[in-house]
Design a protein around this ligand. Sequence first.
Ligand SMILES: Nc1ncnc2c1ncn2[C@@H]1O[C@H](COP(=O)(O)OP(=O)(O)O)[C@@H](O)[C@H]1O
Ligand SMILES: [Mg+2]
Length: 254
Amino acid sequence: MNVLRTENLSVNFDGFRAVDNCSIAIEENKITALIGPNGAGKTTLFNLLAGTFPSTEGAIFFQEKEITKKSPRERFQLGMARTFQIPHEFHRLTVLENLMVVPLEQQGESLWANWFIPLSVKNKEKKVQQQAWETLEFLELTSVANELAGKLSGGQKKLLELGRAMMSGAKFMLLDEIAAGVNRTLLRKLEQKIIELNEQRGYTFLLIEHDTEMVQKLSNKVICMVAGSILAEGSFVEICNHPTVLEAYLGEAV
Ligand SMILES: Nc1ncnc2c1ncn2[C@@H]1O[C@H](COP(=O)(O)OP(=O)(O)O)[C@@H](O)[C@H]1O
Ligand SMILES: [Mg+2]
């Protein structure tokens, strides 16, 4: 079954078609990688899927229900979570608090006053706290639970992003370059966590990734995007040997 599907999805920015007639299908309980040169439109496609801005044309289906016009929060509530190329943690909250506020964000509570959050979090049920600790344990971040999130290393912030996505309860995750800027040791840990979530907990991932080794290790399917369009899709080996894909990458250090 497809968890997510798009039909002829496009977006225009002042006449520039950043995403051009894209039809993709993401299979449930699989890891799909979205690759392509810089500027190909990968993040823009994620923004359309997450509802950050509307598409100009086309349709999006989540679990076979159309969500084209739904807001980012509605999509979040339906079970679609995303991580950002640049982590979006609350740097003045602790790591634990960053996880605990996710259910509040999901309910649509206003988070503008960061300094009031710890209080509202404290009033929340023990369940959320327990879930946050379990998530920290899973990600091996318990030792930094009470550190301010802003003090974490780049790699730890990426793990926290994954943890925040897990706290939403969503089983479909869009990961935008989660490996970028992460050191080798943490990268291996991230890969292992993604595999565990997929194989043992039934998570589906669509990930934008430049690290070829990671794409090879993780993905069941690779979709290659160039200049706003889907150029090819297939297994990692098929994509690596695809003449047009190789041509598109010539001159690109990927
Ligand atoms: N909000 C926007 N307004 C105008 N142009 C945009 C906007 N977002 C992205 N673009 C353009 O769309 C193209 C694709 O960008 P992006 O999706 O970030 O590529 P990728 O993630 O594949 O590197 C780029 O040329 C970028 O400048
Ligand atoms: Mg990008």
